[in-house]
Design a protein around this ligand. Structure first.
Ligand code: SF4
Length: 495
């Protein structure tokens, strides 16, 4: 028997460190790390100890014999990653266990370093990996500041509500909210309640983990029409985000168009098209709207072909295996069938071989349906006073009452910090904000909107290493926690 990693893998690589026989790859430091959708267990070397399953923060690792339903194919998915690769060292006669790296103490502050007070702005995954790293490697006291009164950032308001195992990582992070060196300051917004210069003066270090809150625009006429929604709005809506009213998404028409072929577009399509009784965790206001919904078809538009789609294998499989809706590929473009046929088995597009091709996609269906339409560049959002549909580059018009753009995110400028509008990020070097000693960034506002939850672990490690090195070099101030602004923050906070 062996263990296997499954769909909800967050790629934070906690399991790699736990595995005694080094059979989970790609591991941090290996060339493929960060470029695969998930990590894989090598069944040739796994000794079934279960250590990986114990540490996995999203409960994605199971014994192969316990895999049921759609997860069953992950035994093969894990094994496939190793097909054609050399036998693991253990099977080649080398010692079974990890070799130890030389001991290094490169992330230690001087013993006489005074109390270090750090503010972390944001409480999502990037913020919390940074907090975890600080608590585990320093004696710092940490103040978590979030503009919302409920912590969690994207784990709380960005992960699809029916992805319960992914949301589970929120429990891992929430353990730190009550840590004796952590204070929570919720309902406090930088730029509204406190300024960046204030925080820089009053804390030894400030780490911004504010994410990428803006959805990218399509850049076509008609984007100002009501009914053209950002994916962040829709995702916030079904997750009960306090800024998004329950009536935000108009579901009175039979069809919705979603532009984009990433995992967010699949999440939105699944939530809008599936039978509401089969969805768990949807916010009550959105769920009530979904129960009244007239939507029967969601059309996903990809500017390029099926082999260029960015969705991951696990998420696409999750959609294809649902029995409460049908998925079809629109074959308006003659290239689509050939491209799907040409995809190799390791390409996600190969999963579309079993999906019916339908020239009539776009015509009403008796079943709830998701239509995947490729080589379909948006040209104009049409409508009079409200979205009425999407005109494509070839002149076709797909009628729809709502258009949702899910083509990526970009960071929003933080008042008082430098900002690069072209990348939507704060300029930095290894997490140190340009021209702002003692100010750091982590997560999407640092590297741009790419990578899932787990990618923030290595990202946070880099930023905290910079912070500690600066502390050791005497760049950071000392002992700022006893000052008036910090106390004022406490009064401002709504929790
Ligand atoms: Fe490694 Fe044990 Fe997990 Fe197998 S079960 S992958 S040996 S940690």
């Amino acid at each position: 028997m062996s263990f296997a990693i499954t769909q909800s893998c967050c790629v934070d690589a906690s399991c790699v460190a736990a595995c005694p026989v080094n059979c989970i790859h790609p591991a941090p430091g290996e060339p493929d790390f960060g470029s695969t959708d998930m990590l894989f267990v090598d069944p040739r070397a796994c000794i079934d100890c279960g250590a990986c399953a114990e540490v996995c923060p999203v409960d994605a690792v199971f014994p192969v014999e316990n895999l049921v339903g759609p997860l069953r194919e992950y035994a093969e998915v894990n094994a496939e990653y190793y097909a054609g690769k050399d036998a693991p060292a253990a099977l080649a006669g080398s010692p079974l266990f990890h070799a130890w790296d030389p001991v290094r103490f490169d992330r230690v502050l001087p013993a006489d370093f005074p109390r270090l007070d750090v503010a972390v702005v944001g409480s999502g995954p990037a913020a919390m990996y940074a907090v975890e790293d600080l608590l585990l490697h320093t004696t710092a006291h940490v103040t978590i500041i979030d503009r919302l009164t409920e912590p969690g950032g994207l784990v709380r308001f960005g992960v699809a509500p029916d992805h319960a195992s992914t949301k589970q990582i929120g429990e891992h992070f929430a353990r730190y909210h009550d840590h004796h060196r952590v204070r929570m300051r919720l309902g406090v917004e930088v730029g509204r309640d406190v300024t960046a210069p204030d925080l820089a003066r009053q804390y030894d270090a400030v780490i911004y983990a504010v994410g990428a809150a803006e959805s990218r625009d399509l850049g076509v006429p008609g984007e100002d029409l009501p009914g053209n929604l950002a994916s962040t709005t829709v995702v916030g809506w079904y997750n009960g985000h306090p800024d998004v009213p329950a009536d935000t998404v108009d579901l009175s028409g039979p069809r919705v168009v979603v532009v984009g072929t990433g995992n967010v577009s699949l999440d939105i399509a699944r939530v809008l098209a599936a039978a509401p009784a089969n969805l768990s965790g949807v916010a009550p206001g959105a769920l009530a709207a979904l129960r009244r919904s007239a939507v029967r078809e969601v059309v996903l538009l990809g500017r390029r072909g099926p082999r260029d789609a960015a969705w991951t294998r696990g998420e696409l499989l999750g959609l294809l295996r649902r029995d409460d809706l049908e998925v079809v590929v629109d074959d308006h473009d003659p290239r689509v069938a050939d491209e799907i046929a040409a995809a190799t088995t390791t390409e996600t597009a190969s999963l579309l071989r079993d999906v019916p091709l339908l020239s009539g996609a776009g015509e009403p269906s008796s079943r709830r349906r998701v239509v995947l339409r490729f080589h379909a560049a948006p040209a104009e959002i049409v409508g009079s006073g409200h979205v009425g549909g999407m005109r494509l580059g070839n002149g076709d018009v797909i009628e729809a009452g709502v258009v949702i753009r899910a083509i990526g995110h970009r960071g929003r400028e933080v008042p008082g910090l430098p900002f690069d509008p072209s990348s939507g990020t704060v300029p930095h070097v290894e997490g140190r904000v340009q021209d702002r000693p003692g100010t750091y960034v982590v997560g999407w506002i640092k590297r741009g909107a790419s990578g899932g939850i787990g990618a923030n672990r290595a990202d946070a490690a880099e930023t905290i290493a910079s912070l500690i090195a600066d502390g050791a070099a005497g760049v950071l101030g000392a002992g700022a926690s006893r000052n008036p602004v910090t106390r004022a923050l406490g009064r401002l906070a709504r929790r």
